[in-house]
Design a protein around this ligand. Structure first.
Ligand code: BTN
Length: 275
């Protein structure tokens, strides 16, 4: 049972957090257009690595590929984190893969359920999307100035609240566990996992991130349908390359490299419970 109001204000969250630098400074809003847009503006004004923007709701929550992210009040988590990695722009998608691994691990620690990552960065439970990531970067040709890491996690939203279009493909931790979950308690493993995986990325480079991502995505060998820039490709997923692009083998044996798009798995998978 949840005893105190499950608000995401700094005074509610800070006593719970165990992270060292993520969330040291928290910008909390009842509502914003988008936490990513707020964090981007703050970063342009010199906000430090680890500063976080959290909102109880978003009026124009941004999803990938120009979509909207459904952001009703007090039910889910909408968080954006400012990172200042010392990397060239072509490595920025590795930060996204890193964050997908961290989010999947936080969900596993918190719920005991085993999430699957769908390329590039959807987090699925029972083949339905429970979380999504949207990273926005500010860079010059050879150097990233900052990355805004935007994470949306469906926590306590009920199935009936999803629009008809997404009802069959979306889920929440409440739907999957059968219990109301504490949003603020989830921020603790989320920030801790993000710190842990970001340290691995910064100190050890991309190989460990790619391997961790592969372990949680099980994409190799899967039959997939990819929609990318209006083109549809069907084939077998071979791997992700060192920049996080998806390598696909089409029926005629040609290999294609996909940098952005939507993936549909032709075969469904199950998410075993691990707790
Ligand atoms: C996706 O389409 O899968 C990405 C969804 C990302 C949503 C989050 S919610 C917090 C942050 N602020 C935004 O406007 N979008 C991201």
């Amino acid at each position: 049972m949840i005893q105190s109001p499950d608000l995401l204000t700094p005074s509610e969250i800070k006593p719970i957090l165990k992270s060292k630098w993520i969330g040291k400074r928290i910008h909390h809003f009842q509502t914003v257009d988008s936490t990513n847009s707020k964090a981007y503006a703050l970063a342009l004004n010199g906000a430090e690595e680890g500063e976080v923007v959290i909102a109880e709701s978003q009026e124009k929550g941004k999803g990938r590929l120009g979509r909207q992210w459904f952001s009703p009040p007090f039910l889910n988590i909408y968080v954006s984190l400012i990172l200042r990695p010392k990397i060239p722009p072509h490595q920025a998608s590795l930060v996204t893969l890193m964050a997908a691994v961290a989010t999947a691990d936080a969900i596993r620690t918190f719920s005991g359920l085993l999430p699957l990552i769908k390329w590039p960065n959807d987090i699925l439970l029972r083949d339905r999307k429970v979380a999504g990531l949207l990273n926005e970067i500010h860079s010059e040709v050879d150097r990233v100035h900052f990355v805004v890491l935007g994470i949306g996690i469906n926590m306590n939203i009920d199935e009936t609240m999803f629009s008809k279009e997404i009802r069959d493909v979306a889920t929440s931790l409440k739907i999957e566990t059968g219990q109301t979950v504490s949003r603020k308690a989830f921020l603790e493993p989320l920030f801790e996992e993000l710190e842990r995986w970001y340290a691995i990325f910064s100190e050890k480079g991309s190989a460990m991130i790619l391997n961790a991502w592969r372990d949680r995505a099980h994409i190799r060998g899967k039959q997939v349908k990819v929609t990318s820039f209006g083109e549809t490709l069907v084939g077998r997923a071979i791997d992700v390359d060192s920049d996080g692009a998806l390598i696909l083998e089409t029926k005629d044996g040609t290999q294609k490299r996909v940098v952005a798009g939507d993936v549909e798995y032709k075969t469904k998978s199950s998410n075993p419970v691990v707790k």
